[in-house]
Design a protein around this ligand. Structure first.
Ligand code: ZN
Length: 226
């Protein structure tokens, strides 16, 4: 059985099921027998499943200066902005301190945060990449880190790699996938079967990660709205 939120109303005459990106809402006449309702909903299970497939992934963008939280390596960290803190990311306490003179200046908050995250991602990637590059026999000419709107990494024909700073919010194993993906491009530039075969060789579960980035990748974005 699926989870749902029940909304009863005395004015309602019929039952309706609404599948939203925040879950399932069941509208029903007030006082309807729960056992009967449960059985009726059970009979709609496959329909609900089909509807859930259709709901597009919502881009739930992060606003750390409001929420005071931030995803780092797939975990939620507390995130503080202010002049009293030196910019620092502490993994043991899961805290991000961002030094900004005026914490109400969200543009400055974002810029300071992004530069801190870029350094953090660089340190992670540069720890893992040389080992993977050797394993995959990939010759890399350059590695850069920057923010991209719609890609997680890139590889040029000169084998210059770039990684999206926002990857820092993903689980390390997912970041590893992006590294392997770009390293595979050092051998095959196109996304052809040969390329995916190479990715598979070094990252067997790649399909799950591709799906995660497609459906949930937007949760790593940090809003630009001020
Ligand atoms: Zn690619």
């Amino acid at each position: 059985m699926f989870e749902y939120q029940l909304k009863e109303s005395t004015r309602r005459r019929s039952i309706a099921i609404k599948v939203t990106d925040n879950g399932i809402i069941v509208y029903a006449p007030k006082g309807l027998e729960k056992k009967w309702l449960h059985e009726w909903l059970m009979s709609k299970h496959s329909w609900v499943l089909a509807q859930q497939q259709k709901v597009p992934a919502v881009p739930v963008v992060q606003t750390p200066w409001h929420s005071q939280t931030l995803l780092v390596f797939g975990e939620t960290y507390a995130c503080f902005f202010g002049p009293e803190y030196p910019s620092k990311l502490c993994h043991s306490n899961r805290i991000v301190h961002v030094c900004v003179i005026n914490p109400d200046d969200t543009k400055a908050c974002r810029a300071a945060l992004l530069s801190l995250l870029r350094i953090e991602l660089e340190s992670y990637v540069m720890g893992v990449l040389p080992v993977l590059a050797e394993k995959m026999d990939a010759q890399v000419s350059q590695v850069k880190f920057r923010e991209y709107k719609s890609r997680w990494g890139s590889c040029t024909s000169n084998r210059a790699l770039a990684f999206n700073t926002l990857l820092i919010g993903a689980k390390p194993s997912y970041i590893d996938y992006v590294i392997i993906h770009e390293l595979a491009h050092c051998h095959v530039l196109a996304h052809n079967p040969e390329f995916w075969q190479l990715v598979f060789k070094y990252y067997g579960e790649y399909k799950d990660v591709v799906k995660w980035f497609r459906e949930k990748g937007a949760t790593l974005f940090i809003t630009k709205e001020v």
